[in-house]
Design a protein around this ligand. Structure first.
Ligand code: BDR
Ligand code: CA
Length: 316
């Protein structure tokens, strides 16, 4: 089996925690680096969360480098503490091993560039936070683009949003960066929007099975009470949404999500549609004007298979 090198760019985040654990439990990939970005909470906190999550997964060998503390162009104070708690981990970070090391002295872009430069094989990058670090990487190291085999992004929505009526959190948090990454670059990209991740929610029974499967699974479940409260209000039932773990499933097992190539653009106006991802779902024809570039949009999945896959891996 070919083992694909993987970088995760992340803002942990409860669902990011599940995503990182999934990567460390997946033999199809070798996790080479974790880079952090502001998002669910500030970058200092996302960085220490990433370090502690890797300790939980027994992967303290993976370098963690701190990245952007704010968006590229328009700073804003909005963080998702109402979803992920003030520490990003549902107020439960003490459930994780104590901090036992410092982040890498390199910053996020330098660490990613170093991994890309040093690795013979094409690298998969899973971007599960605002796209600021990835935009900076592509802008400052264009010669390394061919080393990126696949970029898998959790972000956007084709229907209603979560952070505004129309926009999804990761894209809305830095729309200029998202536009650079999603529409101006030409690397193979899979976009996993929240329409699909919402449909992939897991229920109490799934959580109970994970809790009893082993120590990593039970620690992950211990981070979820506040997050579950949020999704109980949003969904009207006992379920939670593991957005980033769904994207990671596609990063480690390409094809587990059903993707359709569609032209995608990002709205960067400062009005109410800021951060909207526009995916042109009309049949493509030369006589219809369109905008953006083709990305693989994850539109569907075999939900039962995906739930089994996540449980099997996270329960190891
Ligand atoms: C995305 O926003 C964050 O709150 C989650 O971690 C996920 O990456 C979902 O919109
Ligand atoms: Ca995230």
């Amino acid at each position: 089996m070919t083992v694909t090198p993987l970088i995760i760019d992340t803002d942990p985040g409860v669902d990011d925690a599940f995503a990182i654990a999934l990567a460390t439990a997946s033999p199809e990939v070798y996790l080479c680096a974790v880079t952090t970005v502001f998002g669910n909470v500030g970058v200092e906190q996302t960085t220490s969360n990433a370090l502690r999550l890797l300790a939980l997964c027994d992967r303290e060998d993976v370098p963690v480098a701190r990245g952007a503390d704010r968006p590229l162009v328009y700073p804003h104070p909005f963080r998702a503490t109402y979803v992920h708690g003030s520490d990003g981990l549902g107020g439960r970070r003490e459930m994780l091993p104590a901090l036992s090391r410092e982040p890498d002295p390199a910053d996020a872009v330098d660490l990613m560039a170093g991994v890309l430069r040093a690795t013979e094989q094409p690298v998969t990058i899973a971007a599960i936070g605002p796209l600021t670090n990835i935009a900076l990487l592509l802008a400052t190291h264009p010669s390394l683009k061919p080393k990126i085999g696949r970029l898998v992004v959790m972000g956007g929505t084709l229907g209603g949003g979560n952070v505004t009526a129309t926009a999804e959190f990761n894209v809305w948090s830095d729309p200029e960066a998202a536009r650079r990454v999603l529409t101006e670059e030409d690397l193979p990209t899979v976009l996993v929007p929240m329409d699909l991740t919402m449909r992939c929610s897991v229920d109490k029974d799934w959580l109970a099975q994970l809790e009893s499967a082993g120590p990593v699974g039970s620690t992950l479940v211990s981070l979820t009470p506040t997050y579950l409260d949020h999704y109980r209000r949003v969904l009207g039932r006992e379920a939670l949404v593991l957005h980033d773990a769904v994207a990671l499933a596609e990063a480690v097992r390409p094809g587990i999500l059903d993707c359709t190539p569609l032209p995608v653009d990002v709205e960067c106006s400062l009005g109410p549609a800021r951060g909207v991802v526009l995916a042109d779902r009309r049949a493509i024809s030369p006589d219809k004007p369109t905008t953006g570039r083709l990305v693989e949009l994850a539109m569907d999945a075999d939900l039962a298979e995906l739930h089994r896959f996540l449980l099997d891996r996270l329960g190891r």
